[in-house]
Design a binder for this molecule. Structure first.
Ligand SMILES: NC(=O)C1=CN([C@@H]2O[C@H](COP(=O)(O)OP(=O)(O)OC[C@H]3O[C@@H](n4cnc5c(N)ncnc54)[C@H](OP(=O)(O)O)[C@@H]3O)[C@@H](O)[C@H]2O)C=CC1
Ligand SMILES: O=CCCC(=O)O
Length: 377
């Protein structure tokens, strides 16, 4: 089905030469981004055993985890192909900077957030406001949603004044929240019942990449909507993967965050153990940064963790939600994930200690209790 909303309303101009890149006020679209948007370089990163198995090989599953391919457009987005009117629902840590980048790129953006006051900074930048997801969807060609969890994503998409009520043929709905595949599929079904198109597009990357337009989109669903919103994804992100059927984007995101949650729990144990045996944890952070287990996450979060500071980029409650959803995903295919299960318990302890809204690196606090027998020695 052809999308009917390709209009030159987004005024952002892509750099066509190095000098125009230097003059661009927006760091989000750069030669690096154009180069990274090269299909072959991305596809070589996908192991062969993940490639396009037939959907019919998993007939009893609620959705196929296996039938997908990785795609990224090699072509630069064309401003005259930007969707004309863009809605944005959910203006939290991630949604606000993402919407802001769209506005700064010249898009005609209409916002809604449950807590209305969070719309004000975006309205100051030029956004329009509507008082319900339904009204946003009705007034826009494509609507993005960045909500906290499966329940809020469902409520905003399918509730009484939800976006689905404002959808119709020719429109598109792009859910960038991190949810499970079943929720995403339910939302997709409701949206598509209106004749609109649906794309799930959870993101890898946190607050700073969102601010810098450096997110990684893990999309699945309607391929034509993926193509249509590609210029918008490229304003907000540095790369985009198209993974096939709805559910595959959610699954990829949950696997990534399952790994991340376990890594952070393990790193926390290492920091505390180093201190307990008389080492300087700051030196551990430095040693780790130079070796094979170096990760940007450790280098970025380690120094503040050593000071017991957890400025929130990715709320701990969301990391625990993602571990919970990843464990459900693993269970659905009988895949053992004992490390992630143990990590999940740690995040649950951290939540019970009031750390839900701290950064997920605050999980280290759940380990700051010496075992009884050890403290007596
Ligand atoms: N922060 C991060 O680093 C990343 C987060 N994510 C994922 O992105 C999503 C958003 O994350 P983030 O921005 O950090 O989260 P926030 O908690 O900052 O924002 C959550 C958003 O959801 C809204 N919301 C929550 N409950 C409801 C509800 N019942 N009805 C309507 N709206 C609701 C909030 O509205 P209100 O303002 O009224 O509370 C807010 O707009 C999550 O799924 C998260 O897992 C993905 C990648 C990175
Ligand atoms: O879902 C949150 C992911 C955070 C990150 O990728 O840094």
């Amino acid at each position: 089905m052809a999308m009917s909303f390709l209009k030159p309303h987004c005024t952002h101009r892509l750099p066509s030469s190095s000098s125009s890149i230097l003059n661009s006020p927006f760091p989000t679209i750069s030669p690096t981004k154009s180069l990274s948007a090269n299909g072959s370089s991305f596809s070589t990163r996908i192991p062969n055993h993940f490639r396009a198995l037939p959907i019919s090989s998993t007939p009893t599953k609620p959705f196929s985890f296996k039938a997908f391919s990785s795609q990224i457009s090699a072509s630069a987005p064309k401003p005259d192909e930007m969707p004309a009117r863009v809605g944005f629902l959910g203006l939290g840590i991630m949604g606000s900077p993402m919407a802001q980048n769209l506005i700064k790129a010249g898009c005609d953006v209409t916002v809604w957030n449950r807590t209305e006051s969070k719309c004000s900074p975006l309205i100051s930048l030029g956004a329009k406001y509507k008082s319900s997801p339904k009204e946003v969807a009705a007034s826009c060609d494509v609507t993005f949603a960045m909500l906290a969890d499966p329940q809020s994503a469902l409520d905003v998409a399918c509730g009484e004044h939800g976006a689905a009520k404002g959808m119709s043929p020719g429109k598109g709905y792009v859910d960038v929240s991190t949810v499970d595949g079943a929720t995403s599929k339910l939302i997709g079904t409701r949206i598509k019942a209106t004749g609109a198109l649906f794309l799930e597009a959870p993101v890898s990357g946190s607050k700073k990449p969102a601010e810098d337009g450096q997110l990684i989109f893990l999309t699945a669903g309607d391929r034509s909507l993926f193509e249509t919103v590609a210029p918008l994804l490229d304003v907000m992100g540095k790369s985009r993967f198209f993974l096939g059927d709805v559910g595959n984007g959610a699954a990829m995101k949950l696997v990534v965050n399952m790994i991340m949650g376990s890594m952070m729990a393990s790193f926390s144990e290492g920091l505390l153990l180093s201190e307990s045996v008389g080492l300087d944890p700051k030196v551990l952070v430095e040693v780790v940064s130079q070796g094979a287990i170096s990760a940007p996450m450790f280098s970025m979060k380690g120094p503040s963790m050593v000071q017991s500071l957890y400025p929130t980029a990715f709320p701990l409650k969301h990391q625990q939600k993602d571990l919970r959803l990843a464990l459900g995903l693993a269970e659905s295919v009988s895949q053992p994930t004992p490390i992630a299960a143990a990590a999940n318990e740690l995040y649950k302890v951290a939540k019970s200690r009031g750390l839900s809204d701290e950064d997920f690196s605050a999980v280290i606090e759940a380990l700051k209790v010496k075992l009884q027998s050890q403290s007596k020695e």
